[in-house]
Design a protein around this ligand. Structure first.
Ligand code: CUA
Length: 337
């Protein structure tokens, strides 16, 4: 269970060797110059030592050539570190389009995880080998940080917004999951495991845990009970409120001439603070849902609105469930915490 680098955690994702390579390069550069400078220092001390008490050294005039050299070489080395790290960083923080999405909600002191097929887990994340997994993360209370050293990934989860990171595991096994941001008394206990399984095993695991409502379907139920349906239409087709079908990922025109890409963060903001970014042509009539729905429920609503963009028109009109009639007053819901 050791990586090829001594003292480093196991290397089990497509990212980890890239991070290790940078780390190795940094260590190599540091080691090279430490040895070089020490050797030159010892050599100069011996070679140019004072041989008699009356010896007066020649004045040093300075050398442009030498100064240019010791400016340019470190500059090139520093820029190579910057360029290389930036490349890996941007790769890590631009999730691929075709990734499998998993929702993560941090809470003092546990990780609540839900797969897009509905399965829920606490402090455990099961994933298939060799697939790109995108985590959409937030927190119910304070800042936490989702960190899996074996995958060399780590990102804060921040109250009031979604952060994302992605990975692709390259080895089956169980890997440590840590909260890497001090978050209160039991911060050190906010740990868990990521379990990487062969694709087939993972499918078995998924079907063994079936029977859960998917976030999108739960979101659809919320959409009806909270009364969203009365303004945005039964299938998100729009009405007094803007159209939701096909909204996700699209550029949206706002009052005042600005545009915004409708991502998870924008949908979330529009539910909690509807007046922040008004869609062109609509008045500020939507009430806020701040304090009325939990992070879990927000994730479900976002998942439902995302599902409305599906290419398959059947998915845009999910089979009507016998949900209560829409009322204008939001009904308090049992909180599934
Ligand atoms: Cu959560 Cu530290």
């Amino acid at each position: 269970m050791q990586s090829w680098l001594p003292l480093a955690p196991e290397s089990a994702s497509t990212l980890s060797w890239k991070v290790d390579a940078i780390y190795f390069y940094l260590s190599g550069v540091t080691l090279f110059f430490t040895l070089l400078i020490s050797a030159v220092l010892i050599f100069f001390v011996l070679r140019y030592r004072r041989r008699s008490p009356y010896e007066i050294p020649r004045p040093v005039a300075g050398s442009h050539k030498l100064e240019t050299l010791w400016t340019v070489i470190p500059f090139i080395i520093a820029m190579s570190i910057f360029g290389w790290s930036a490349k890996v960083y941007f790769e890590q923080f631009s999730p691929p389009q075709n990734a499998m999405e998993v929702y993560v909600v941090g809470k003092q002191w546990m990780w609540k995880i839900q797969h897009s097929t509905g399965q829920r887990e606490i402090n455990e994340l099961h994933v298939p080998l060799g697939r790109k997994i995108k985590l959409i993360m937030t927190t119910e209370d304070v800042i936490h940080d989702f960190s899996v050293p074996a995958f060399r990934m780590k990102a804060d989860v921040v109250p009031g917004r979604y952060t994302t990171q992605w990975f692709e595991a390259t080895k089956t096994g169980t890997y440590h999951l840590f909260c890497a941001e001090y978050c209160g008394t039991n911060h050190s206990g906010m740990i868990g495991s990521v379990i990487v399984m062969e694709s087939r095993e993972f499918d078995n695991w998924l079907s063994g845990n079936a029977g859960n409502t998917t976030p999108a379907v739960a979101g659809q139920q919320l959409y009806q009970t909270l009364g969203c349906v009365s303004c945005h239409g039964a299938n998100g087709e729009g009405g007094r409120g803007p159209t939701l079908a096909g909204l996700f990922g699209r550029k949206t025109q706002l009052t005042g001439g600005q545009t915004v890409i409708a991502d998870e963060g924008y949908i979330r903001e529009s539910i909690l603070n509807p007046q922040a970014k008004l869609v062109e042509g609509f008045g500020p009539i939507m009430p806020t849902f701040q304090g009325q729905i939990s992070e879990d429920q927000l994730v479900q609503l976002v998942a439902f609105i995302k599902s409305l963009q599906a290419v398959n028109p059947q998915q845009a009109t999910p089979a009507a469930s016998p949900a209560p009639r829409a009322t204008t007053l939001p009904t308090p819901l049992p909180n599934p915490k």
